[in-house]
Design a protein around this ligand. Structure first.
Ligand code: PMP
Length: 420
């Protein structure tokens, strides 16, 4: 077999992703909870952190801790180099055209609030329309409602069908020249639905609207390329992609970010300050008032390094296989109804069980060492549409195993007996 044939044979039959080996990178997974080995299925809420991320943060505090950009000493230089190095890593990771288009925020929520407030206050006029999907997380609804209430714009929901799929025809019918912003989740945290973002961007741009993509639930599952999506803004949180909490990213198209006014005032975001008038710093610092979460940024950089060395295509196939296996098992459980059955889903199995309140089920599963999320998942409108107060949500990552899925359903069976 020549080299090329060998490569294509490997691609035809990809090696199985070794979840057992990858699990060993995550110290938290090696523990017992309530007398049982932990089964962590709450990855949509937050992912666990590999040793290298924990080490990067601890190393920074042990050896390099200093404020960035301002100091005239070695530690400040090291901290600044690591901090700006992480920005370049993240820019490269999402394929942004330049690092200045990567703005640090506290997370997805703050990034959306930044755009809604800064872009929204300067761009929106009475009668303008903002479209969000009916399955959005509250953080991609409420900031738009707030700016709408100040500007006279309106927030409208793009319908979602009974499988949890966005109604693209209805979306098309809603589009007109008054639509200024389409704010859409790449993946629904409550249902797992993957939205057709490329198509949405194309359709929105055709009427002159801007598109913000909430990538909180996407970046941990596959490689995102903001330029090929052609979106105007892309936002995500480090803690959902194996990095620390308290740090996230706003990516934006340069000309939009350049035109947007500052979101917060303070140190770092200025060029010069006087009582006669203040001028603002260039990108990205214009949007980064105050001392940032330096350790968080460095930890996120380490998470990016970790993901770059991971077989992401293999990881995605493994996660998909876990989801399909779990969905099949769910069909065999009497009284179980899966919420969110779209043909294009990732990672999330959301369900209700007859006779069991989600919160009680969550507790009974936890007693058996199985961690899931219960409730409305900050997506009350879509729960209302399904006529339920909330669900039990198991969400998978590449370090989960088929054994974890078996443990979930064994624990559910026990919980069910307890309920009847
Ligand atoms: N959007 C989606 C789709 C999410 O899943 C989440 C987190 N559950 C958020 C936004 C908010 O993210 P954060 O709390 O990290 O700001």
């Amino acid at each position: 077999m020549n080299d090329l044939a060998a490569v294509s044979a490997r691609e035809d039959k990809p090696e199985a992703f070794d979840a057992e080996r990858v699990r060993r990178d995550f110290p938290i997974l090696q523990q017992q909870v309530n007398g049982q080995p932990l089964v962590y299925l709450d990855n949509a809420a937050t992912t666990q952190k590999p040793e290298c991320v924990i080490e990067a943060i601890s190393d920074y505090y042990r050896h390099d801790n200093s404020n960035v950009h301002r100091g005239a000493h070695t530690l400040a230089d090291r901290a600044t180099a690591a901090f700006e190095g992480a920005r370049r890593k993240v820019a490269d990771f999402i394929h942004a055209a330049s690092p200045e288009q990567v703005i640090w925020t506290r997370g997805t929520t703050e990034a959306i609030n930044l755009v809604a407030s800064s872009w929204g206050h300067s761009e929106l006029r009475p009668g303008d329309r903002i479209l969000v999907s009916a399955m959005e997380h509250h953080s991609n609804i409420v900031p738009w409602q707030i700016v709408a209430s100040h500007t006279g714009a309106r927030v409208e929901a793009i319908p979602v069908d009974s499988s949890g799929t966005l109604d693209i025809q209805a979306f098309e019918a809603m589009l007109d020249g008054k639509v200024r912003m389409v704010a859409i989740g790449h993946v629904s945290n409550a249902l797992g639905t993957v939205n057709p973002v490329v198509e949405i961007v194309r359709m929105a741009h055709a009427v002159g609207a801007r598109v913000l993509v909430d990538g909180a639930q996407a970046v941990g599952h596959w490689q995102v390329d903001v330029q090929s999506l052609d979106c105007d803004f892309y936002v995500f949180s480090s803690h959902k992609m194996f990095g620390p909490t308290g740090i996230g990213v706003l990516y934006g198209r340069r000309e939009l970010l350049d035109a947007m006014p500052p979101y917060q005032g303070g140190g770092e975001m200025i060029e010069s300050v006087s009582f006669a008038g203040t001028t603002f710093n260039k990108l990205p610092y214009k949007f980064e008032a105050g001392t940032p979460d330096i350790a968080g940024v460095i930890g996120l950089g380490a998470a990016v390094d970790y993901l770059k060395h991971l077989d992401r295509a293999g990881a995605a196939r493994h996660e998909q296989a876990l989801l399909e296996y779990a969905q099949k098992k769910a069909q065999a459980v009497p009284g179980l109804r899966v919420i969110g059955t779209s043909g294009h889903k990732v990672s999330v199995l959301s369900f209700v069980l007859e006779g069991g309140h989600p919160a009680d089920l969550g507790m009974l599963l936890d007693q058996q060492g199985v961690a899931v999320r219960t409730g409305n998942h900050c997506a009350q409108p879509i729960m209302d549409q399904f006529g339920i107060p909330g669900t039990v949500r198991a969400s998978f990552s590449f370090y989960n195993t088929f054994d974890d899925v078996d443990r979930l359903f064994a624990a559910l069976e026990k919980a069910r007996q307890f309920l009847v």
